[in-house]
Each structure stands twice: as structure tokens, then as C-alpha cells.
Design a protein around this ligand. Structure first.
Ligand code: PLP
Length: 230
């Protein structure tokens, strides 16, 4: 495994996808998904220029944060339970997995205690798969409206995970729909919804995602190699 080489490949593929997208100057942020990856390897990744790290479990994020510190930007990308918000609210740069009003309220409350604005993305379940977390697209509008007056939580965009399928057209449609949903939310001019990020695309579908307008890709195995997730 060579992180720098892998990263180079990913960056080249993002450039290719940008050319196809009709919006070649867009900035695409790479979130290096470091779940199950050792802190030693993470330090190598940081030397290769990766500054955004994504973790999907609170405990793992906290333990790595304690070892590595606040140098990189920490992204919470996995399902977040309300009772664990307090452990990460002083550490994360962006929560990608905000998917209910009660979670938003808890983040707002705990962020207020440490007096720190917290940026979040609303996770949307575009595909309607039952097993996936995220709000459905219609509820996303209600949720964002309910968050208009929250003092400490800032909505910065949307996140989705494509369904597990080999059918690239299904994946592409999912990304297209998230893009359109953002356009719609933009046009509604909510307070507190800047909508600058679309977090979509993982190792097996990030090129499609970038072609469809993503500006934040969450990449694990294409950078670190394959490993088992639990
Ligand atoms: C693991 C994970 C990723 C990255 O997956 P890869 O296929 O390894 O790129 C992206 N997003 C979320 C929410 C994840 O849990």
C-alpha cells in the first residue's frame, strides 16, 4: 500500500470527472476515511497532504483525536446517537450525519455549552432503502425549516450514501436527486442553511458523484486499501 500513489490516482480521477461534469473549476474536498486505520498510517496520510479525516464511530474518533490532536479536521460521517454528541462537540469540524430534529437539538444544546458553532450536513436517504440512515427528501425541508432559529448549529449542505448496487445508473440517479434537492433548498432561502457542500461519493462511486456535482468525497479503501469493516 502506498498512500501517496493511491491519493494521486484518486485526485486524477476526480479531475477527469470534473472535466466531464461541465463544472471543471469546482473544488472537491477529499475526506480520508480512517476508520480501522492505525494512527501511524493516519500520520503517513497527513504527510501526503490529507487534512480532512472521517470517522464513523464516536469512540474511535475520540481515541484518535486524543492521539493526533486538532491538527487535521475531524469529520463525523457515521450514524450519531444523541447521547454521544457530548463527546465530539468540541472536536469535530463537520458532522455529515445529522438526520433528525432531536439530534439537531442535542447538538445545539451541547455546542452552546462549549460555545462553539457546529457545522452539519443533513443526511438524506435518497434511495429509500430501509436499512439506511437519513431523512427522506421531503422531511429534509421540514427539518431544515425547524433548524432556522438554532443558535449553534450551522447547516452547510447535504450528505447521502448511494445504495449498494452494481447498477451505476441507480447510483447516478441518487446523486442527481441530491443535487436537485440542494438546488430546491437554495431557492427557498432558509435562514441558517448555507448549502455549500454536497458530501456524496465513496471509493466505488466517487467519480460518478463528482460528475453529478459532489464537492466532498469520503474515501477509505481507495486510499488505504481494502480492509474489513464491522
Ligand atoms: C466507510 C465509509 C466511507 C468510505 O468507504 P470506502 O468504500 O472505503 O471508500 C464513506 N462514508 C461513510 C459514511 C462510511 O462509513
Amino acid at each position: 500500500m502506498n498512500i501517496a500513489d493511491n491519493l494521486n490516482i484518486v485526485e486524477n480521477k476526480i479531475q477527469e470527472a470534473l472535466q466531464k461534469s461541465g463544472d471543471p473549476d469546482r473544488d472537491v474536498h477529499i475526506i480520508a476515511v480512517t476508520k480501522t486505520i492505525s494512527t501511524e498510517t493516519i500520520r503517513c496520510a497527513m504527510k501526503s497532504g490529507l487534512t480532512n479525516l472521517g470517522e464513523n464511530k464516536v469512540q474511535e474518533l475520540v481515541s484518535k483525536y486524543e492521539q493526533i490532536g486538532s491538527g487535521p479536521n475531524w469529520h463525523m460521517i457515521g450514524h450519531l446517537q444523541r447521547n454521544k454528541v457530548k463527546y465530539i462537540v468540541d472536536k469535530v469540524s463537520l458532522i455529515h450525519s445529522m438526520d433528525s430534529l432531536s439530534l439537531a437539538e442535542e447538538i445545539n444544546k451541547k455546542a452552546g455549552k462549549v460555545k462553539r458553532d457546529i457545522d452539519v450536513l443533513v443526511q438524506v436517504n435518497v434511495s429509500g432503502e430501509e436499512s439506511k440512515f437519513g431523512v427522506d427528501p421531503e422531511s429534509a425541508l421540514d427539518l431544515i425549516e425547524s433548524m432556522e432559529t438554532m443558535q449553534w448549529v450551522r447547516i452547510k449542505g447535504l450528505m447521502t450514501m448511494a445504495p449498494f448496487t452494481a447498477n451505476q445508473q441507480v447510483t447516478r440517479d441518487c446523486f442527481k436527486r441530491l443535487f436537485e434537492l440542494r438546488e430546491k433548498i437554495w431557492s427557498m432561502n432558509f435562514n441558517n442553511a448555507e448549502m455549500k457542500y454536497l458530501s456524496m461519493g465513496m471509493s466505488n462511486d466517487y467519480q460518478t458523484a463528482v460528475e453529478e456535482g459532489s464537492n466532498m468525497v469520503r474515501i477509505g479503501s481507495a486510499i488505504f486499501g481494502n480492509r474489513n469493516y464491522d
